[in-house]
Design a protein around this ligand. Structure first.
Ligand code: SAH
Length: 393
């Protein structure tokens, strides 16, 4: 099942690799990377069940549909833009990154070249002088729509409309430009306040036949080719039917739940971030999905309450952040006793920890499928199908 495209070391030299350090597996060919990731998953998860070979990409280059470039002056006064050198806040000047969308990189480089003309200075985190901190570009893979977010350190941006016009003229694919203000001393890219300079303030994309709205701050998987495979695999593991009662825990903007709803009886999405919940409600309406509802809550609290009320769920999708789930969630999940759990994990270490809990408490792991969402890096996405062990109940 592995991707056949084999980028060889000598074919894919990244000129920034040494300075940047962001791609831990850059010194391996792509097939070597895939074998490394499958072996890591077997090591961490093989004691629970057979681990399938990782599903790789046909063409693993330039997969990131979300690019965040930081802007900085060098000591010699030159403006640079790109990624932070691993573990530092020194910007590596990047023109085209092997993992990033080519058009998105072109836009960040063009903005770098425009700064003198518009008398915009990059922001200095130490002296707090200057203005431009980051440019965030998101691109809808199937829609082709592009969003550009200009992140400034303060609200005073006199040239904003002229810069916006210059961008749209050069890149007509840009459908929206947003000005975001981030005055804080923080490593977060975006601040709370935004002003739309052009277009709708968000873009749309299509995944698994459903349309999704992507706002500047909302979570959206960054590898669109593999995300389709990820969601379809998760939905096929669930084996849904029109009587299934489903919970989509840690649902973000509702993507998995909405894609699954057409095969299920009813779905409840649970998510902590209020902006994501707002987008999820919008997305459900946009897709005319009327058998899904969303709850803004801590997933653990929600499950605890659901277990107390004696609610029923046949299938639980869970897609927690890298830290994995928590005891509150897992113990309530066991009390709720769904027949199937489909665990979508971006960290096989915390997945192993959570599987150890579930298998001690009446569940059995039936399938484990790694999917390569992040070529060239050591990160790995894994889907596990976990079923209630009827013989132990
Ligand atoms: N399933 C979605 C999002 C996965 S990212 C997708 O595929 O797009 C994980 C999500 O969990 C994020 O949206 C984050 O805001 C949410 N989250 C983190 N901690 C949470 C908690 N304790 N309770 C509920 N949601 C949480």
């Amino acid at each position: 099942m592995s991707g056949k495209n084999s980028i060889k070391k000598e074919q894919a030299p990244c000129p920034y690799a040494k300075k940047c350090g962001g791609c831990q597996l850059m010194n391996m060919t792509y097939p070597e990377q895939l074998s490394w990731k499958t072996a890591r998953c077997i090591k961490l998860l093989g004691r629970f069940c057979h681990v399938e070979d990782i599903i790789g990409m046909q063409n693993p280059a330039h997969y990131r549909n979300k690019v965040q470039a930081a802007y900085q002056f060098t000591r010699s006064g030159k403006v640079v833009s790109g990624v932070y050198q691993s573990g530092t806040h020194n910007v590596v000047n990047v023109n085209s990154c092997l993992t990033e969308d080519i058009k998105a990189d072109e836009i960040t480089v063009y903005i770098r070249s425009l700064l003198p003309r518009f008398r915009i200075l990059p922001y200095n985190e130490d002296t707090k002088a200057g203005f431009l901190r980051h440019v965030l570009v998101r691109r809808g893979f199937s829609s082709g729509e592009i969003m550009v977010v200009l992140v400034g350190a303060n609200p005073c941006f006199p040239m904003k409309n002229r810069l916006c016009d210059a961008l749209v003229e050069r890149f007509p694919e840009i459908t929206t430009v947003v000005f975001n203000i981030n005055p804080h001393k923080t490593s977060m890219v975006l601040g709370e306040r935004s002003e739309t300079l052009y277009g709708k303030g968000f873009i749309e994309d299509t995944l698994c036949g459903c349309a999704f709205r992507i706002s500047p701050a909302s979570f959206y998987q960054i590898n669109p080719v593999q995300t389709g495979i990820l969601y379809n695999t998760a939905i096929s593991f669930a084996g849904l039917n029109k009587n299934s009662t489903v919970i989509d825990a840690y649902c973000g903007t509702g993507t998995i739940g909405i894609a699954a709803a057409k095969y299920a009886g009813s779905v409840t999405g649970v998510e902590l971030n209020p902006d994501a919940v707002r987008d999820a409600v919008f997305n459900a309406k946009r897709n005319k999905t009327d058998n899904i509802a969303f709850v803004k809550a801590d997933a653990g609290e929600y499950m605890l309450e659901a277990a107390k009320q004696g609610e029923k769920a046949d299938i639980v999708f869970m897609d927690p952040p890298r830290a994995g789930s928590d005891k509150k969630f897992l113990s309530s999940l066991v009390s709720l006793a769904p027949e199937k759990i489909v665990y979508i994990s971006c960290n096989p270490e915390t997945l192993a920890r959570d599987l150890a809990y579930l298998t001690k408490n009446g569940y059995k792991v039936k399938k484990i499928q790694p999917i390569d969402m992040f070529p060239f890096t050591s990160h790995c996405e894994v889907i596990a199908l976990i079923m209630r062990n009827f013989s132990s109940k």
